[in-house]
Design a binder for this molecule. Structure first.
Ligand code: SAM
Ligand code: DTB
Ligand code: SF4
Length: 331
């Protein structure tokens, strides 16, 4: 699938794609509704498609940290920036399986293994496939995020039993070039297609709080919703501050209500997708997270760390979900 960005005379950006379903104007109209109206619509869609009192719990493990050749301007693991993150080698399978077992005991139903690669080497992919099969044997859903994939690599992961591939578009087509120069948005769409073709479910979303405009956030949702099939999982990450990366120069904390509006808009535009309130929860109040769940977010990462940055402690998450009467792997 090709993604073409056309910016018309009014400055609006249209994504020309096969089977285009959503236009930016429609996303803007939803996003700009009076808050109560937007929330009512989002909750109605949520109830029609999910149990509104349930949140999915996933756990992350960085199986290969740092030293990444890509220049993603938000990331602690890029070799282009001095962030203080030490590069490490691919973990041993036994250590990964032990971490997955601990995550399962802590209440995670999905285990996501992340590697700071541009694209996996064949030898490394063989090892990751063994990890996927072993984690699956624990009875957990499996997800990996390894950078760009060829169709053959995607097929190999599928053969190993992989459930989800995480590969984010990160931001709008217009803002993308300000954040990453070492691979294109089209490269990312191609990888998503390879994973889909191989029968793997897609986990794809992005980040807010990198200096982008609200229009960029909406264009990101438009692109996701217009994919041949919207991603089964949509992670919405609030940029977690990392010292030493270029995003620091333009990052401004988004208005919390803007985050809730974006989650609600995502819920309406992608009714059947699980929307994950992903990075950034550590610095969110309980009240903001509760509003995001009301707006239709129905997945979180649990565990004290994400990849290199902080996540809320398990007891804080368990207490919050209990206070809200939300069922999850935690309670
Ligand atoms: N290297 C692989 C890739 O980029 O395809 C996988 C790992 S990468 C860390 C996965 C995603 O985490 C990124 O696409 C980005 O959306 C998100 N991410 C990375 N650093 C972040 C940060 N500081 N705050 C919020 N989200 C972040
Ligand atoms: C996603 O969208 N968020 C996760 C997961 N996919 C791999 C990663 C968040 C990383 C936050 C920054 C860090 O801890 O380094
Ligand atoms: Fe590398 Fe992924 Fe970080 Fe980009 S986001 S620098 S590809 S680890």
């Amino acid at each position: 699938m090709d993604v073409a960005v056309e910016v018309d005379r009014n400055g609006s950006c249209e994504l020309a794609q096969v089977g285009e379903k959503w236009k930016r104007g429609e996303a803007e109209a939803l996003y700009g509704l009076p808050f109560a109206e937007l929330m009512f619509r989002a909750q109605s869609v949520h109830r029609d498609n999910f149990d509104p009192n349930h949140v999915e719990t996933a756990s992350l493990l960085s199986i290969k940290t740092g030293g990444c050749p890509e220049d993603c301007g938000y990331c602690a693991q890029s070799a282009h920036y001095e962030t203080g993150v030490k590069a490490s080698r691919l973990m041993d399978r036994a250590d990964v399986v032990a971490a997955a077992q601990r995550a399962k005991e802590a209440g995670a139903t999905r285990f996501c293994m992340a590697a700071a690669w541009r694209t996996p080497k064949d030898r490394d992919l063989d090892r990751v496939c063994e990890m996927v099969s072993a984690v699956k044997d624990l009875g957990m859903e499996t997800c990996v995020t390894l950078g760009m994939l060829t169709p053959k690599q995607a097929a190999q992961l599928s053969e190993a039993g992989l459930n989800f591939y995480n590969h984010n578009i990160d931001t709008s087509p217009e803002f993308y070039g300000r954040i990453i120069t070492t691979r294109t948005l089209q490269d990312r769409i191609d990888t998503l297609e390879h994973a889909r073709e191989a029968g793997i479910k897609i986990c794809c979303g992005g980040i807010i709080g990198m200096g982008e405009r609200v229009e960029d956030r909406l264009d990101m949702l438009v692109l996701l919703a217009n994919l041949r099939k919207p991603p089964e999982s949509v992670p919405i990450n609030l940029w977690n501050e990392v010292k030493g990366v270029p995003v620091n120069d333009s990052a401004e904390r988004p208005d919390p209500i803007a985050l809730v509006r974006l989650v609600a808009t995502a819920r309406i535009m992608m009714p059947k997708s699980v929307v994950r309130l992903s990075a950034g929860r550590h610095d969110m109040t309980d009240e903001l997270q509760a509003l995001c769940f009301l707006a239709g977010a129905n997945s979180i990462f649990i565990g004290d760390v994400l990849l290199t940055t902080k996540n809320p402690k398990a007891d804080r998450d368990a207490k919050l979900l209990t206070r809200l009467g939300i069922t999850s792997g935690l309670a």
